[in-house]
Design a protein around this ligand. Structure first.
Ligand SMILES: *[C@@H]1O[C@H](CO)[C@@H](O)[C@H](O)[C@H]1NC(C)=O
Ligand SMILES: *[C@@H]1O[C@H](CO)[C@@H](O)[C@H](O)[C@H]1NC(C)=O
Length: 272
């Protein structure tokens, strides 16, 4: 079909369809810039993966790489703004219209009738015995003082309730405390990436139950020189223990091995 169009028009088309399910290049502000270079975590480029610039009420808040086959995020990346005292939230979970409807709203939205094959739905979680675990944690400040933007199913994955409420919660709080008090991080640009490693089972036959949750942060100074970084990883099971803090290179090595992504993976491009 494209052969019928003048070449110049064909070349123009990709630029015209800039939308929110498109490319992290549209929201580089959520990724660490060690040595002043925007550095994405490893991006998988197969079409089953979608790069989402998470938009809520017209404002970008963070970014997510989403696996549309497993229907869970691989990771969410965000800038750290401190622990929130503004927990304004409705508690309703959004979906990402453009995953299923190419010309759908670029804002995360309430679930509608045509939401289907490429993402998790609220009903997948009902009576599943699993929590919708947040990758971008609820209790951290989003730049615009609302927790609502973390409540999107593309930022959630099935999490064992006991893991959500004890081992992982402990780590989320420990990381947040450190980032708010450590002189290498406090007041400096801080970037966090939180991800999942898929498991072998699903809820509702549709949504993969991750085998692991992992997280890493990178604190930079005003000249974008990395000052401090660490990684953590824990099994998504009852009575889990989270491993960490460990250097990010050690987390990269774990994530790259055959029991995890089984392909070279780096959270901060080896620069933090
Ligand atoms: C994405 O989902 C596919 C299909 O289940 C799976 O084979 C692949 O490992 C997943 N990728 C990641 C990075 O989780
Ligand atoms: C997971 O734990 C957090 C507390 O760390 C809580 O706010 C959240 O509601 C829990 N998730 C679910 C679905 O209960």
């Amino acid at each position: 079909m494209n052969l019928l169009y003048p070449v110049s028009l064909v070349l123009l088309l990709p630029a015209l369809v800039v939308a929110e399910v498109t490319s992290f290049n549209n929201c580089p502000q959520f990724f660490a810039k060690p040595y002043s270079q925007v550095t994405f975590p490893t991006i998988f480029h197969d079409p089953i993966y979608k790069q989402i610039c998470q938009r809520h009420n017209n404002i970008y808040e963070y970014a997510t790489l989403y696996n549309t086959t497993n229907r869970i995020p691989v990771y969410s990346a965000y800038k750290y703004f401190g622990r929130t005292s503004c927990t304004r939230r409705s508690g309703k979970w959004f979906i990402e219209p453009q995953l299923d409807i190419p010309d759908g709203s670029p804002d995360m939205s309430p679930e509608g009738p045509n939401i289907g094959p490429k993402q998790a739905r609220n009903k997948d979680y009902i009576n599943s015995g699993y929590h919708k675990g947040h990758l971008y944690p609820i209790f951290q400040v989003l730049q615009h003082c609302t927790a609502d933007a973390t409540f999107t199913l593309t930022n959630g994955a099935p999490q064992v309730p006991n893991f959500n409420q004890s081992a992982w919660k402990k780590i989320e709080i420990e990381i947040a405390k450190l980032l708010s008090t450590n002189p290498n991080c406090k007041g400096n640009p801080v970037y966090v990436v939180t991800g999942t490693v898929p498991g072998n089972t699903q809820i509702n036959g549709r949504v993969n139950i991750p085998s692991y949750y992992w997280s890493a942060y990178c604190c930079l100074d005003d000249n974008n020189i990395p000052k401090m970084s660490n990684g953590y990883i824990g099994r998504n099971v009852i009575n889990s223990n989270v491993d960490g803090p460990m250097v990010v290179a050690a987390l990269d090595a774990i994530l790259s091995d055959t029991n995890h992504y089984a392909t070279l993976f780096s959270v901060f491009g080896g620069k933090c």
